[in-house]
Design a protein around this ligand. Structure first.
Ligand SMILES: *Cc1c(COP(=O)(O)O)cnc(C)c1O
Length: 336
């Protein structure tokens, strides 16, 4: 049983998100029936997966009487952008710590895309060098703000804790309803800070739905990512009051990371190009492009049955495209 009504929630998200076929991609790959769950269309400030998590996080912040949200992410964090927008919607302040996580990323990376939108939403920001424990840094910043008389609500990177993951338990509910009309055999998506995959798995588990969920890692090796997803899924199961999720349910493909977090691989660029030119879809170079590359690769390897229905969960991220103009030049051309 999945009951989310007992958790405080702020209405931020267009729900349910559309589930659409990708007929031209399916035909091009000669593969199974490929569909896309449009969580890039969650409706908040160009959309993305953090919106679902923020419904529960902001709900709890308001219940606790917070006056501001404090969080962290990379300079081009989609999570920070959606948190800054959610804060505006809820009448809260937003303070973000941004990590220079991607080396030599260039001028657009530091000033355009998501960070530009953070400024538009009036978030205050501080920067950190790479490699620190950013959640610890952000919690310290929250303590400083508390000492100054604010009432901060701390949100970990990616909104990935059991409260945020409830947003993806709710997405699991949508997918289970949708699969009653048309069976869903596989769900594939990008996995980073883990809340999306952990919440989906916990929600499916709560409903006794056995749909396999493949996370395509954007930053670390499979074993470490499986541990991280499973750890958060256990915390989410506990919050939901259901039995622990068996570790075997966590499936991760780590072959699409490429040179590292925030650096697109050749397969990322190919995926972005395929999605754009065959389906008019915008993927991003950090997350959904890598996730989609994992999907394309599996189809090419014949990993799905011909009559399978495979759903790619589009987690958003297109706002970062403008920050990656140089990296995308191989597919867009040099411009002028
Ligand atoms: C954050 C993010 C992800 C990864 O989701 P997690 O819950 O952090 O694993 C995937 N795609 C996009 C576009 C994101 O911003």
């Amino acid at each position: 049983m999945l009951n989310l009504d007992r958790f405080p929630r702020a209405a931020l998200c267009h729900r349910p998100t559309p589930l659409e076929p990708m007929p031209r991609l399916s035909e091009h790959l000669g593969g199974p029936s490929l569909w896309i769950k449009r969580d890039d269309c969650t409706g908040l400030a160009t959309g993305g997966n953090k919106t679902r998590k923020l419904e529960f996080l902001v709900g709890e912040a308001l219940e606790q009487g917070a006056d501001m949200l404090v969080t962290q992410g990379a300079v081009q964090s989609n999570h920070v952008r959606q948190t800054a927008a959610a804060a505006c919607r809820a009448g809260l302040g937003c303070h973000a710590l941004l990590e220079h996580r991607v080396p030599d990323a260039g001028e657009d990376y530091d000033s355009s895309g998501n960070v530009f939108l953070d400024q538009l939403f009036g978030a205050s920001m501080e920067y950190r060098g790479p490699g620190l424990d950013m959640n610890a840094e952000a919690e310290q910043a929250a303590e400083r703000l508390r000492a100054d008389g604010h009432r901060p609500y701390f949100i970990p990177g990616g909104g990935s804790n059991p409260v945020g993951a409830l947003g993806y338990a709710d997405c699991a509910r949508e997918l289970v309803e949708e699969s009653r009309l048309d069976r869903i055999d596989w769900i594939v998506m990008a996995t980073g800070s883990t809340g999306t995959q952990a919440g989906l798995l916990a929600g499916l588990h709560a409903m006794d739905a056995q749909m396999p969920v493949l996370g395509v890692s954007v930053r670390q090796q499979a074993e470490a990512q499986i541990d991280a997803v499973h750890g958060l899924a256990l915390g989410t199961c506990e919050k939901l009051g259901v039995d622990p999720l068996p570790r075997e349910r966590v499936l991760v493909d780590d072959t699409k990371v490429g040179p590292g977090y925030g650096i697109p691989a050749e397969s990322t660029l190919e995926a972005i190009e395929l999605a754009a030119r065959l389906e008019g879809l915008l993927l991003d170079p950090v997350y959904s492009g890598k996730g989609f590359a994992g999907l394309v690769d599996r189809v090419r390897q014949g990993a799905f049955a011909a009559d399978d229905t495979v759903v790619f969960l589009h987690t958003g991220g297109a706002a970062a495209l403008f920050a990656y103009r140089d990296a995308l030049a191989p597919i867009t051309g040099p411009g002028d």
